[in-house]
Design a protein around this ligand. Sequence first.
Ligand SMILES: [Zn+2]
Length: 190
Amino acid sequence: MHLVYKESGQAIVIDPIDSNVLSQLIQSHKLTICALFLTHAHYDHIVDLEKIRSMTNAPSYIVSHDNPLLSDPFKNVSAWISYPTTYQSCDHLLSHEDTVETSDFSVKVLHTPGHTPGSACFLVEDALFTGDTVMSDGIGRCDLYGGNINQMLTSLQLFNTLPSSTRVYPGHGNNTTISAIQSMIRYYTK
Ligand SMILES: [Zn+2]
């Protein structure tokens, strides 16, 4: 889960995982959550989606291809890694290169299928949130429902188009830089 906030107190959440932690941050920083963005519909990225929706009343966003996974405990992998869990559809369905203007934020959508059909990266100023598409030490697995290595290899090319100042915040592991990601993906795309 990533929380991005401005001095104004306006904030967005990327991958709504922990309602307790978020609730504490909202209180301690006096935040208003204006949107929830899902990098994809795997359970470990959406655990507390429903709780956080009711807590914040914030609209939720996902790339359209992953929206059907939310209501299927096998496709969202909750049935494999926890208890079978289903979620309501998101309020807004996204496409590649959409820009969501919400409160103080402008969020650019990069549709990067491969890990799941609707995996996305979200660019907020110079910060890129990559979910499970790329991490500091590798790319996301492509063997779960809807995964596709060929789509992943195409998606990886997108990272070569981003400015060198881009900071990268993956869904797991350490934060990194776009140049480190570009060096890493050369191994997969050469
Ligand atoms: Zn995943």
